[in-house]
Unconditional design. Structure first.
Length: 264
């Protein structure tokens, strides 16, 4: 009984609310409500025909494990980066991307992949690091060298090439061949052992050669010998001739003794 009375009392209030809403709604509001309703129905129809209901379990799982929040955070980061990027930055990014694609295309067409095994071996055995160290050393030397040093190095290189060319044109390969034969026969070792003694007596050899030369010149200026025993006696009666003969005989004895020792 009380429920019927309360229901009967509420109906006039609902009717008054509906009447007030009807009076307050204008034709523009009615058209917008109708348009919104049509768009909502169209959206529901598109959802229904697109099979979005199949994505609901995946969305639910993403919500459950937090992946949807990560996607939202990533989208916010991307949006912030897009807002912060100016036209100049976008242009540079575009140019960088174009240059990167061009570089990748050149690497692909140049057969760079065939060099990758070699580079891997260089990295494994440490040769690549050595090449880098050499490059740094050369760069440091290049930075430390001034124009004067570069000029001197270039002059030294030119002189070295000139010396090598002269040696090549002078037949130095024949000298190398002779030295090689001496080395193979063992004579080069003997020469190396005797060379200090030869250098020590080089002055004596030079004096001996000078004496022989001067003696030959003096012999040309002497009168021809007369011959006979008396001429020999007169020649031997000279003290200088006797001293010279003693000197020659002393050298001959030494040479004979040395030759006999060598034969033994």
């Amino acid at each position: 009984m009380d429920d019927n009375t309360s229901t009967a009392g509420a109906l006039p209030e609902v009717e008054r609310v509906l009447q007030a809403a009807k009076d307050s709604v204008t034709d523009d509001m009615v058209s917008r409500l109708a348009e919104n309703g049509a768009q909502a129905l169209d959206l529901l129809d598109k959802f229904n025909r697109s099979g979005v209901d199949k994505a609901l379990p995946a969305l639910a799982q993403m919500v459950h494990n937090g992946d949807l929040d990560r996607l939202c955070s990533l989208a916010r980061v991307y949006g912030a980066a897009e807002d912060a990027a100016s036209d100049d930055m976008v242009g540079r990014f575009t140019e960088l991307a174009g240059t990167s694609f061009d570089l990748l295309d050149r690497l692909n067409r140049s057969g760079f992949e065939r060099a990758l095994p070699v580079l891997a071996r260089l990295v494994d055995n440490g040769d690549l690091q050595r090449i880098v160290d050499i490059a740094r050393t050369v760069a440091a030397a290049e930075d430390a060298m001034n124009d004067d040093m570069v000029g001197r190095v270039a002059q030294m290189a030119a002189e070295a090439l000139s010396v090598i060319d002269r040696l090549n044109r002078s037949g130095v390969e024949r000298l190398i061949d002779i030295l090689d034969r001496l080395n193979n026969s063992g004579s080069l070792d003997i020469l190396a052992d005797k060379l200090p003694s030869m250098i020590k007596h080089i002055d004596m050899v030079d004096q001996l050669a000078g004496c022989l030369n001067q003696g030959a010149e003096d012999a040309k200026q002497l009168p021809p010998p007369a011959g006979g025993i008396m001429a020999m006696v007169r020649l031997m009666s000279d003290a200088e001739n006797q001293a010279a003969l003693q000197f020659v005989m002393s050298i001959g004895k030494r040479m004979r003794t040395s030759c006999n020792t060598g034969k033994r």
